[in-house]
Design a protein around this ligand. Structure first.
Ligand code: 5GP
Length: 193
């Protein structure tokens, strides 16, 4: 018989020049994803929603979330391209993947995000979608940093409200690294490193 033991990683990790300490364990993430899926099922089960997954960071959360949604839905993937693609800059320029054939009118659309920080990315995305006549929009984000938020569209659903520290793992990267980690790690302030 196969045994699926969960490895608990208690040690810090280093990615490039930064040190991160364990923050959210995969079991907590799975538990919150269960609750989010339940809440979404209550609202969307009869509505045939379109889930718009924002790549790259949300790929793991989205996969685990849709695995728990047992009702008809569609999934599409989009990517936001900016001049500086490594951090929250508010300088998003284009949405890739929103092909013209994709009809956004008269249907509930659920944006699936990894993290909402300032909220400026979501503001840009909402504007683009509304220009395409999408009016039934809501967002589910695994993580939300309310202290940094200054946008117009807070996520209707989120897994964890977290302080403004930089986090990696479970899809989220630092300079392209760390997406494969099963837990979420939080950057240690340089005084503690
Ligand atoms: P916002 O426009 O809400 O400020 O930022 C959204 C984007 O910034 C996220 O989709 C993500 O790419 C990036 N971001 C914000 N905070 C973090 C963080 O703590 N860790 C990582 N890896 N990316 C972040």
């Amino acid at each position: 018989m196969l045994s699926f033991s969960k490895k608990i990683r208690l040690s810090n990790i280093t990615l490039q020049d930064r040190v991160f300490s364990p923050y959210l364990h995969q079991a907590e993430i799975a538990q919150r994803t269960d609750s989010l899926a339940q809440a979404l099922t209550e609202v969307y089960a009869q509505q045939f929603p379109l889930l718009l997954v924002v790549l790259k960071g949300a790929f793991r959360f989205a996969a685990d979330l849709v695995a728990r949604l047992d009702f008809p839905l569609e999934v599409e993937f989009i990517r936001l391209a900016s001049y500086e693609n490594s951090q929250s800059s508010g300088q998003i320029r284009t949405v890739l993947g929103l092909e013209d054939r994709l009809s956004l009118e008269d249907r509930p659309i659920l944006i699936v995000e990894d993290i909402v920080d300032t909220g400026l990315t979501l503001d840009f995305l909402y504007a683009q979608l509304q220009a395409r006549q999408a009016h039934q929009l809501a967002t589910v984000s695994l993580l939300f940093k309310p202290d940094n938020f200054r946008g117009e569209h807070p996520p209707a659903y989120f897994g964890f409200s977290i302080p403004p520290a930089f986090v990696v793992g479970y899809g989220l990267d630092y300079q392209g690294q760390g997406r494969q980690l099963n837990d979420i790690f939080r950057e240690k302030p340089s005084a503690e490193v």
